[in-house]
Design a protein around this ligand. Structure first.
Ligand code: E4P
Length: 217
């Protein structure tokens, strides 16, 4: 399973990248706004900076909701860097746009996926990635991980090339469960990635080793 970081924060991207396990980055308009990035020029420059920091797929989201607007935005985004993947919302014009991008050699990430039906449509249109939002499904009283299991089964049976990019990750256990369920990629906040490092027995064990090491130093 590939690890992406789900942020537009450059310090967090740098920290995850320095761990040496980072395969890509996903952003969305809310994450860009959180960093105070405003205006087309600043947004394009920010994506360029991220692309220069991480050698992997970088999802950049369109904000148009009509076919023509999405195509125009997508063309500008992919011109920034070869690693840009155009993130397109799961709506009717989004599916048409994904089909167009696919036919024109542009890779896409279909975002805001909450059901298997939506994921099947996006895969049929040729999306490179589908992004099921696990945490938001959990928040609404359903089980997000059920969807990852279901997509894993469907995509394998159908032989879809589209990768399952588990999104809206809230904690380290989500990451473990995604790996178990067969997600191709997990895009996570930095805290959830770093949470994987932690175990109290590791801390206790290391303290004891270091204490004992003093005996023969
Ligand atoms: C996916 O690519 C989205 O950016 C993200 O995972 C949404 O997560 P949230 O539900 O924590 O906002």
């Amino acid at each position: 399973m590939k690890f992406f970081i789900d942020t537009a924060n450059l310090a967090q991207i740098k920290e995850a990248s320095e761990l040496g396990i980072l395969d890509g980055v996903t952003t969305n308009p809310s994450l860009m706004a959180k960093e105070g990035i405003k205006g087309e020029e600043a947004i394009m420059q920010h994506y360029k900076t991220i692309c220069e920091m991480v050698d992997g797929d970088i999802s950049a989201e369109v904000i148009s909701t009509d076919f023509e607007g999405m195509i125009a935005e997508g063309k500008k985004l992919v011109a920034i860097h070869k690693n840009i993947v155009v993130k397109v919302p799961m709506i009717k014009d989004g599916i048409k746009a994904i089909k167009w991008f696919t036919e024109n050699g542009i890779r896409t990430n279909c975002t805001l996926i909450f059901s298997a039906g939506q994921a099947i449509l996006a895969a049929k249109a040729g999306a490179s990635y589908v992004s099921p939002f696990i945490g938001r499904i959990d928040d609404s009283g359903w089980d997000g991980m059920d969807l990852i299991h279901q997509l894993s089964q469907i995509f394998s049976v159908q032989g879809y090339k589209t990768e399952i990019l588990a999104a809206s990750i809230r904690n380290p256990n989500h990451i473990i469960k995604c790996a178990e369920a067969g997600a191709d990629v997990c895009t996570c906040p930095l805290d959830s990635i770093l949470g994987l490092l932690k175990h109290p027995l590791t801390d206790i064990g290391l303290a004891k080793f270091l204490e004992d090491a003093k005996k023969f130093a």
